[in-house]
Design a protein around this ligand. Sequence first.
Ligand SMILES: Cc1cc2nc3c(=O)[nH]c(=O)nc-3n(C[C@H](O)[C@H](O)[C@H](O)COP(=O)(O)O)c2cc1C
Length: 276
Amino acid sequence: MIVRPHEIPVQQVHALLLGAVSPRPIAFVSSMDKEGRVNLSPFSFFNVFSANPPILIFSPARKGRDGTVKDTFLNVTEIPEAVINVVNFSIVHQASLASAEYPRGINEFEKAGLTAVPSKVVRPPRVAESPVNLECRINQVIELGKSGGAGNLVICEVLLMHIKDEILGEDGKIDPFKADAVARMGGDWYCRANGAALFRLPQPGNRLGIGFDQLPEAIRNSKILTGNDLARLAGAEAVPAKVQGRTFSAETAKHLKAKELLEKGEVEKAWEALAD
Ligand SMILES: Cc1cc2nc3c(=O)[nH]c(=O)nc-3n(C[C@H](O)[C@H](O)[C@H](O)COP(=O)(O)O)c2cc1C
């Protein structure tokens, strides 16, 4: 299907974009109004955009129904500070509960049964149950429009990071199995980044693979090997020495064997299995 977003209702554009751009991480944002009243809401229009300076952006959009703005938007324009609390599986239902449209001034920490702990460098408190809290200054708010569905980019600079020791691996980095992060998909779907959903993929870095164009024809036109399989073979910096100068087979059995080896990460052996 081909979709021209300017020709269909905003609601449909919204649903398609959310289904297409997923999974999205969730910023659980604590903010405060000028009277000191605390707010806590989740936003999945969110990501990290820079490490130097450390910048995150989230977007509390204007409501589709009537184009009015959300409490979080009003708060960050009054007090340009926020804490972005990471949502993991153990608090995802509480984050969802906090997304209900409670009137301005209602403290969603209380509604969602979460513990507010004073922050160190900003006024809004942080969520004790969150594995990571990022205390931020709001550098800029960019309004993208005035109608329903218009986003508002809240550009946050991270001033202080709190990371629970329990999610760190022995190398001092965040261990994704311990972090147990969740993300938002389209509709009411979420995804949990744990177990079989996690996999590693070695980075090419400055290693230049030979590329698909240099794969021998019998391999490139395989009926068995998928694009992902071929990418692993094409990621080799050269045809492995053992099979250089050899011809390669289109034989099904050999391609099946190579596929099995590639799934185990044995790229060189896969090349060997494909040689005549
Ligand atoms: C997981 C999740 C992600 C959400 N992401 C967004 C978002 O990116 N932008 C947005 O405007 N609303 C988003 N919402 C809805 C807001 O959380 C909801 O409108 C909330 O009432 C806003 O609160 P506030 O008015 O107190 O700021 C999301 C809701 C959930 C449960």
